[in-house]
Write a protein that binds this ligand. Structure first.
Ligand SMILES: N[C@@H](CCC(=O)N[C@@H](CS)C(=O)NCC(=O)O)C(=O)O
Length: 253
């Protein structure tokens, strides 16, 4: 009779190494001896700013690698080989390559956070965080960039008028989401606040008046305090100001 049972994984060769890796990589990180993560970025880039602030919040050490997308450096074959979508931010966590700021943020929390508060495990809470991240990429940030990008890239002298109402509508929605909660996905800070704070600070730096939206303005001040130690001023607002200056330099109205 064949006593071997290939369907049952061996504890010594298959299960134990996985447990060992999971435990030691977390411990190494907590002891501050984790390997650094390469972050391909440019300081004014909104999605890069949210990742950088979150990294600082988590205590993750980034090995910063500038990719100047304004000079087309993202189109170099070496970068496109790593990220065929050729976007920043992109991370390389010891061979694990990931791009898109929002999945990068959720990955960093799942792998390196001391608890799950920034990306809750509870299905309902997590779904609200996911909703806000999707709202940001698909509606809020999208409307902000669609309105301002033609001027930033010198394609138009003034922003396209027809793109203003969608941006205002997005801010009205954000204002509603913040009506009964301190942060965008509930009572505590989550990765969605990092993402949306970066979008809102960009709009503000372009000259959009966020004070028209009471809840957004109050939440923005709250984020300033909550993210003070992770670079809200020196990473986020400073970068947004540089982006805003590109826009204002090309604006001819
Ligand atoms: N949804 C992406 C957007 C990334 C993105 O478009 N980044 C810009 C810089 S802000 C970029 O890399 N542009 C260069 C390109 O698309 O070739 C994210 O959140 O990471």
């Amino acid at each position: 009779m064949d006593r071997s049972c290939p369907a049952v994984p061996s504890f010594r060769t298959q299960i134990y190494p996985r447990i060992y890796y999971a435990v030691t990589s977390r411990s190494r990180f907590r002891l501050g001896i984790t390997m650094t993560i390469d972050l391909y970025y440019l300081p004014p880039s909104p999605p890069c700013r949210s990742v950088m602030m979150l990294g600082k919040h988590l205590g993750v050490r980034f090995n910063l690698k500038v990719v100047n997308v304004l000079k087309g450096e993202q189109l170099k074959s070496s970068f496109k080989k790593m990220n065929p979508q050729h976007t920043i931010p992109t991370i390389d966590d010891n061979g694990f390559i990931l791009w898109e700021s929002r999945p990068i943020m959720t990955y960093l929390v799942m792998k390196y956070a001391k608890n799950d508060s920034l990306y809750p495990r509870d299905p309902k809470q997590r779904s609200v965080v996911e909703h806000r991240l999707y709202f940001d990429i698909g509606i809020l940030y999208d409307s902000i960039i669609t309105y301002h990008a033609p001027v930033i890239f010198g394609k138009m002298d003034a922003p396209p008028e027809q793109c203003l109402p969608p941006m205002e509508r997005a801010f009205e929605l954000l204002d509603k989401y913040l009506q009964d909660s301190n942060f965008v996905a509930g009572e505590t800070l989550t990765v969605a606040d990092f993402s949306i704070a970066s979008s809102v600070s960009s709009a503000k730096a372009f000259g959009f008046d966020i004070e028209r939206y009471d809840n957004v303005a109050t939440w923005y001040e709250r984020c300033k305090k909550a993210m003070e130690k992770c670079g809200f001023e020196e990473i986020n607002e400073a970068g947004a100001r540089v982006l805003g200056s590109f826009y204002k330099a090309n604006l001819k109205t």
